[in-house]
Design a binder for this molecule. Structure first.
Ligand code: HSE
Length: 344
């Protein structure tokens, strides 16, 4: 019997709950994929009183410092205290798996220098874009990335286009476990800006500060704008886009854009995300899949867990670590320039 891969989980919200369920219900299949069983040994939650959980509930600092654990899975979300726990776990020699786009976008390069850091679930949940950019496309030269990186706003725009009010559409996204704890992160585009920073670092090999990415959210959009777009044969999508300019500068922003109704990006509905990649040698790629929601995010976390249990190198983490000493790249907004041919 192979030795189990022992993990501790920080956070038992929508995604943590879905991961814990999969670890129980799909244990055999996961063990086959990982080459050994994955054992959930401890869970930390913010308010443990009266909570039942599929593994012993322990304080987060104990879980992070437990030398019997092989890996810590951080699914608390938000910058702090998640960043502090991730740093402590890496310094203590644990593998670290996270879905936390804010922490990775802001601190990824410095954290990744401390140890194996895996974050496939941080961008577009089920779409395997993180390791794809770092590994499969690592030797290519990526000219641009553009896409729909937020399922909440994509669902809201679709529901509003069908006549729902903004408030009802947002409440529905919250019910489905798509929205962030503070949904202003979604509707004011902080969430897709963080995801764009992560994939732009992996695509362009430049260090990027997510706060320098210009953002326009969807709060100001009303039914009139959506109707007007439709009359022009278009649909409004919140597009996150970045590209290199003459291999030196970077342009990037997140903003609502008019997309022709027959373009592939216009047909990405609800909680789906899509990412167009313009690679010099591989050519244009278009990846589409479920970008938000507990099961999709847990599936990306499991992909990292399987890689960690099999001792497969953390390629995206290593790429971020290589950027840690770089100065932060200057970023200009892309403005009304088309983000990328197949995205518009
Ligand atoms: N709030 C995020 C979204 C969750 O709606 O896309 C997935 O990162």
């Amino acid at each position: 019997m192979p030795v189990p891969y022992r993990i501790g989980l920080l956070g038992l919200g929508h995604v943590g709950g879905a991961l814990a369920r999969r670890l129980v219900e799909d244990a055999d299949r996961i063990a086959t994929a990982a080459g050994r069983p994955i054992a959930l040994e401890a869970i930390a939650v913010a308010h443990p009183q009266g909570r039942s959980a599929p593994a012993p509930l322990r304080p987060a600092n104990e879980v992070v410092g437990d030398a019997k654990l092989d890996a810590i899975v951080e699914l608390m979300g938000g910058l702090e205290p998640a960043h502090t726990y991730i740093k402590a776990a890496l310094q203590a020699g644990r593998q670290l798996i996270t879905a936390n786009k804010q922490v990775i976008a802001t601190h990824g390069p410095t954290l990744a220098r401390l140890g194996p850091l895996r974050f496939e679930a941080s961008v577009a949940s089920a779409i395997p874009i993180v390791e794809t950019l770092a590994e499969s496309l690592g030797s290519d030269r990526i000219r641009a990335v553009a896409g729909i990186l937020n399922g909440t706003t994509n669902s809201i725009l679709e529901a509003m286009g069908a006549g729902s009010s903004y408030a009802d559409a947002l409440a529905d996204a919250q019910r489905r476990g798509l929205a962030e704890a503070d949904p202003s992160a979604d509707v004011e585009a902080h969430d897709p800006a963080a995801k764009l920073a992560i994939i732009a670092m992996l695509a362009f090999h430049h260090r990027i500060d997510p706060s320098q990415i210009a953002r326009v959210g969807i709060r100001e959009l009303g039914h009139a704008e959506l109707l007007n777009a439709r009359e022009r044969g278009c649909i409004v999508k919140l597009i996150a886009a970045a590209r290199t300019v003459n291999e030196r500068g970077i342009e990037a922003d997140v903003r609502p854009r008019l997309i022709p109704r027959d373009a592939p990006m216009a047909r990405v509905d609800g909680a789906m995300n899509a990412i167009a990649v313009d690679a010099t040698y591989a050519g244009p790629l278009f990846l589409q899949g479920v970008g938000a929601g507990p099961d999709a995010a847990a599936s990306a976390v499991l992909a990292d867990l399987v890689r960690a249990a099999r001792d497969i190198p953390a390629s995206a983490g290593a790429l971020l670590a290589s950027l840690a000493d770089q100065p932060v790249a200057a970023i200009a907004p892309m403005g009304s320039n088309p983000p990328y041919p197949s995205a518009s």
